[in-house]
Design a protein around this ligand. Sequence first.
Ligand code: S3P
Length: 169
Amino acid sequence: MKINNILIIGPMGSGKSSIGKILAKRTSKKFLDIDFQIIKNQGMNISEIFEKYGEEYFRDLEKKELEKLDNIEDYIISTGGGIILKQENIDMMKKIGLILFLDIDINAQLERVKNKKNRPLIDNDNVESSLLALKKYRDPIYNSICDYIIDVSNKEKNVIIKEIEKIIL
Ligand code: S3P
C-alpha cells in the first residue's frame, strides 16, 4: 500500500474538501478533489449531472476519476460521500493509500449542510431524514473500510487538523 497518499471519506458536510486542502498544505502534498475533477471534466455542476444523466452515471464518473489515480504519490484526495457505494471504488482506494473517515453526528451535519446548494441527494423538504437514511446505510461501510476515524462534530478545523496530524505524521 502506498501510504504516502491519503484519501478522505465521509458524509456530506463532514469537511472532506476543506480539511483535505489544509492538510495538503501542511504536509506539502498535492490536493485533489474527486467531485471537483468531475465538475471540471464534465463542464457541469453535480446537480446538473444528476438531473441530466442520473445518479448511476455520476457513480461511473467517480469510478473513472479513481481509476486515473492508479500511480499517484504524495496526494491528499477528497472524495464524494457516495464513493464507497461501489466495491470497485473501495478496492481501488485501498490500493491508492490510507483511508481517513471524517465522522460527524447528524446535528452537526445538518448545521453544516443547511446553506449549501448543489447536493442533489438532499435537495428536498426533509434534509434530516435524507441524511439519516444515508447515514444508516453508509456509516457501517465508512467504518469498515477506513484505516482511521476522526470525529469532526462540533470541532474547529485547527483541532481536527491537529488530531489528523497526530495520526499521520
Ligand atoms: C454525494 C456527495 C457529494 C457529491 C454528490 C453525491 C453523496 O459530495 O459527490 O452530491 O452521495 O453523498 P460531498 O460529500 O463532498 O458533499
